[in-house]
Ligand binder design. Structure first.
Ligand SMILES: *Cc1c(COP(=O)(O)O)cnc(C)c1O
Length: 492
């Protein structure tokens, strides 16, 4: 199995693609083919077994027993044996909960696994340098990467997050992080700024040289890394198998998946599952006010020239959707020249347009919609009052978009809604769906508990009173310096 860069260059092995994170041409690595995997009809669903079946085709050089062991260790940190449980909401709709890992957001599914894949890839490539994981986060990736890589030998992590652009629980989770190889810094800018800064650092030969002198080599834990995407394909399969095992669908029956997405990583994993043979009717792309993707799927024009809004579903507050490039690669008929032209237009004019045929092709698979802040709150409240199920703001965005999709299309296909965070990660906003929230986040957690009775995860109650260890803030222009001179180095 070779991996191509969406912008051209030599193909590489899976291990090389994972160690590098991004290709030297600035493109993303994509597999040369999509291994066919049939959903199992085995009565009981075993997450680890399905994970092995889904992942091994992409990692032919990895020993199968070690892969099985890696999967088992990675998902042992989840609070439930089924790892990503499925709950039925209505006749047509089920919720796939992706937040039972240590940081209570869906990023854990990938980032508990990535350190194992990274270590195995380092061994395979014979890399002697320390891997330096650089992360730009819109809130959840940062903490999940810190948790996944903390104290992992041969690695260090630096996380940049937008100052004021994450929820209080997300901020606290990051700044209280312990571990001997971790570093966190706020950036004066929004997530797109931070992500662009990180991409520029990756593209800089000068910085790579300075780091090499220290014995470090940069890599990425953002969803541009194929090692992030791969574990996310798994839960599309396990949720399908769960519906099968419960008799809610028949073998071969196609289902819809509705996904709150910004960087297009989570939903792209669904598209990969579809290409591998999972019966999927529609992938529904749900956005908040930052609706650049909704417009893209409607008109075939990607136009990032628009205001950036901060919303309560902050993990999808994104205008530059990195993983879309992997979809574009397929749409172009795997022509890297075409992808390069679109990406150049995006860089120079902030937009590009697809040909009609490509747009028509997209619409066969994808639907899209967006919802406002008011809609998000109203949805949280309405769903809770109707079903007793409490959703976080991201999940609510998907729910609202799904309801409108059904109204518009009449499509009654069984649908799985991807729930990407525990509601207590956004306690103040979620409380606001029911009553006026106060300024104290922890008091709001209590009030939300009293109001809804939904269990408070240990990871949230445990945050109160923890020492804040990482309070550094830097300007965008200073990010390269901050990388070359991490605080943990200068203190030593
Ligand atoms: C990261 C994140 C998303 C979106 O993930 P994409 O990679 O952009 O698809 C959605 N919800 C939550 C809670 C997240 O943390």
């Amino acid at each position: 199995m070779r991996f191509f860069s969406t912008r051209g260059g030599e193909p590489v092995s899976a291990a090389e693609a994972i160690v590098r994170g991004i290709s030297p041409s600035g493109g993303l690595y994509v597999p040369e083919s999509y291994p066919a995997v049939k959903p199992s009809r085995n009565g009981t669903v075993d997450y680890c077994q399905t994970a092995l079946r889904v992942m091994r085709g992409y990692l032919p050089e990895t020993n199968e027993d070690s892969l099985r062991e890696m999967i088992r260790s990675a998902y042992a940190s989840f609070d439930t044996a089924d790892v990503t449980p499925v709950t039925r909401l209505s006749e047509e709709e089920s919720v796939l909960e992706l937040w039972h890992g240590p940081t209570m957001a869906f990023k854990d599914v990938a980032l508990q696994m990535l350190p194992y894949l990274m270590r195995d890839s380092l061994r395979q490539t014979g890399e002697k340098k320390q891997v330096y994981i650089l992360v730009a986060t819109s809130g959840d990736t940062g903490k999940a990467a810190l948790e996944g890589f903390k104290n992992v030998e041969g690695t260090r992590v630096l996380v940049f997050y937008p100052e004021g652009g994450v929820s209080e629980a997300q901020r606290l989770q990051m700044v209280t992080q312990e571990g001997n190889n971790v570093d966190v810094c706020a950036v004066r800018g929004n997530f797109d700024d931070a992500q662009t800064g990180v991409k520029q650092i990756f593209a800089s030969g000068e910085i790579a040289g300075k780091l090499a002198e220290k014995g470090w080599r940069l890599s990425s834990a953002n969803s541009i890394n194929f090692g992030r995407l791969l574990p996310q394909i798994v839960y599309y399969y396990t949720s399908y198998e769960t519906l099968l095992s419960r008799g809610e669908i028949q073998p071969g029956e196609a289902v819809n998946y509705c996904v709150p997405t910004g960087n297009f990583g989570d939903i792209l994993a669904g598209e990969y599952a579809r290409r591998m043979g999972l019966p999927i009717h529609k992938l529904i792309c749900a956005s908040n006010r930052n609706n650049v993707l909704t417009d893209f799927f409607e008109r075939g024009v990607y136009d990032e020239n628009r205001p950036f809004y901060q919303s309560m579903s902050c993990s999808i507050d994104i205008l530059i959707s990195s993983n879309l490039e992997r979809l574009l690669f397929e749409l172009s008929g795997r022509r890297e020249q075409t992808v390069c032209e679109w990406m150049r237009a995006l860089k120079e004019k902030g937009m590009y347009a697809l040909p009609e045929t490509a747009l028509a092709q997209l619409k066969q698979i994808f639907a899209a919609g967006w919802c406002s802040e008011e809609d998000t709150l109203a949805t949280i409240r309405r769903v809770f009052e109707k079903t007793g199920y409490l959703m976080d703001p991201h999940t609510a965005v998907a729910q609202c978009v799904y309801e409108r999709y059904v109204l518009q299309t009449g499509d009654r296909t069984k649908t799985v809604l991807l729930s990407t965070a525990n509601p207590y990660k956004f306690a103040s906003d979620v409380l606001g769906a029911f009553e006026t929230a106060g300024l104290d986040d922890f008091a709001n957690v209590e009030r939300l508990l009293n109001r809804t009775g939904a269990a408070v995860p240990k990871g949230i109650s445990g945050l109160a009173g923890k020492p804040e260890l990482h309070l550094d803030v830097c300007d965008l222009a200073d990010m390269p310096n901050r990388v070359v001179k991490p605080i943990s180095e200068t203190e030593k």
